[in-house]
Design a protein around this ligand. Structure first.
Ligand SMILES: C[S@@+](CC[C@H](N)C(=O)[O-])C[C@H]1O[C@@H](n2cnc3c(N)ncnc32)[C@H](O)[C@@H]1O
Ligand code: SF4
Length: 445
């Protein structure tokens, strides 16, 4: 990519705000269901997400909803409330996926992890081939915990790495030993976990092309089935602890772009296939296959090969997605405890998608996952109203077509290779709320 192309890509991306908030309403007032009935509101295919918010310390770059906790008794109290929440659900339900996220699920002791799985097993049976995945911080995860996870059927592990460069790790206050991560990966495989993902981040303080190259070379040698390379979200006005980061040490937008482009080329040379915006997978991995067959999907838990999977979110801040209804539990620990005790509403916010929202959501998901969109995909799912939304998007995308960022026919939109670096502005033409809120639509075009 030459400097002029970089300039154009940076200019297009500047035109659309990166971080926005979306309208939400207190749905528990308008929705005719109670917290103790959500199992009935899950669609035919379902999954469970459990949020474990605790970490031993807070990394300076962290954008997750987490709580620093020193005492293991904090975990007992949390599990007591989770148990109450799970028991209140009533009935049992088959699920295709169970995911423990955080925070750091392996902040819990081995005994606490076992207690959590026993609670889940009472309510949720696993469909054949169900995915059971856990996010871990390698710095706190022990061999005993890995054994316990494997004994409860965990078959996917997602390991937070971010970078292995000492300067970068110092700047984000994340002590970590690459040899320990490699040992965890090897051990997880020995224990039968068939899919390992490493999380990396681009745009961290003190990150350079050179130290990113070292991190990627190290990661590629370990041959994880999947790699996620997130763009660092620096939002100190939302995450106050990010103010510890000296902004003068953050790479520029141009450097971030160069690192991302270089990283994608490097990983492809190393035999990885790009999946969606920010993931990479070995070619035989189901995610890579779905990307090739244009059947990739995305939900709150990330990219998935499984469409139409509703999510029941459990725990502090967890989001549920049930047949077009989104609800989020309170994201402060004390408020969540109160909600479980019935002393405040069970959900902090929520949104029921209108037909138009659903059409727009599918359009954005198709473009972000598969880089193409057929009008018939929308019409066969939602009927004729989808045709008009598609038509309006074609008009809005004309400037992008002139810049060779998309190619279009009356019934299809394809994102070009260059356009993949301008994906957010491209899909924003389908985003009614962003356009209404920020006037970004007119800025982008
Ligand atoms: C919820 S964390 C869980 C992993 C675990 N706690 C750890 O840090 O190893 C999941 C991933 O989110 C990503 N992440 C966290 N904060 C981020 C930020 N501000 N911008 C982009 N990605 C971020 C990191 O790659 C992290 O591994
Ligand atoms: S990045 Fe992971 S370990 Fe660090 S504070 Fe955030 S959730 Fe905790």
């Amino acid at each position: 990519m030459d400097a002029a192309q970089e300039d154009r890509i940076l200019a297009w991306n500047r035109a659309v705000p990166r971080y926005t908030s979306y309208p939400t309403v207190p749905v528990w007032r308008s929705e005719p269901f109670l917290w103790n009935e959500p199992l009935d509101h899950l669609g035919p295919r379902a999954s469970v997400y459990v949020h474990i918010p605790f970490c031993k310390e807070q990394c300076a770059f962290c954008g997750c909803t987490m709580v620093v906790a020193g005492r293991q008794s904090a975990g007992d109290r949390y599990l007591d409330s989770l148990e109450k929440q799970i028991r209140a659900l009533g009935g049992t339900r088959e699920v295709e996926r169970i995911h423990l996220g955080g925070g750091t699920p392996t902040w819990l002791s081995s005994e606490q992890i076992t207690r959590l799985f026993s609670m889940l097993d009472e309510r949720f049976t696993r469909a054949p081939g169900a995915e059971v995945s856990v996010e871990i911080d390698p710095d706190v995860t022990t061999d005993e915990q890995l054994q316990v996870l494997a004994s409860h059927g965990v078959n996917r592990l997602s390991i937070g790495v971010q970078s292995i460069d000492p300067d970068v790790l110092g700047a984000i206050r994340r002590p970590q030993d690459p040899a320990r991560i490699a040992a965890i990966l090897v051990r997880a495989r020995e224990l039968g976990m068939s899919s390992i993902n490493l999380d990396l981040v681009i745009g961290l303080p003190k990150q350079t092309l050179d130290n990113l190259a070292q991190t990627l070379a190290w990661a590629a040698e370990l041959r994880p089935e999947r790699l996620a390379i997130y763009a660092y979200a620096h939002v100190p006005w939302l995450k106050r602890h990010q103010r510890q980061i000296d902004e003068a040490t953050l790479p520029s937008a141009r450097d971030r772009l160069r690192m991302s482009v270089w990283g994608r080329e490097y990983l492809q040379v190393e035999g990885y296939q790009a999946v969606g915006m920010d993931h990479y997978a070995l070619p035989e991995d189901p995610l890579a296959l779905a990307a090739r067959e244009r059947t990739l999907h995305r939900n709150f838990m990330g990219y998935t090969t499984r469409a139409d999977l509703d999510i029941l979110g459990l725990g502090m801040s967890a989001i549920s997605e049930m047949q077009g209804l989104y609800v989020q539990q309170p994201s402060h620990l004390f408020e969540w405890y109160q909600a479980v005790e019935g002393k405040r509403p069970p959900f902090e916010r929520g949104w029921r998608l209108s037909l138009e929202d659903q059409i727009r959501k599918l359009a954005i998901s198709e473009l972000m996952c598969n880089f193409e969109l057929q009008v018939e995909t929308l019409v066969s799912a939602f009927g004729e109203p989808a045709r008009e939304i598609f038509q309006r998007a074609l008009e809005a995308l004309l400037p992008y077509a002139e810049a060779d960022l998309v190619t279009m026919s009356p019934s299809e939109i394809w994102v070009t290779e260059q356009g993949k670096w301008v994906l957010r502005p491209i899909v924003s033409v389908f985003d009614a709320y962003l356009n209404a809120q920020a006037g970004a639509f007119s800025k982008a075009v």
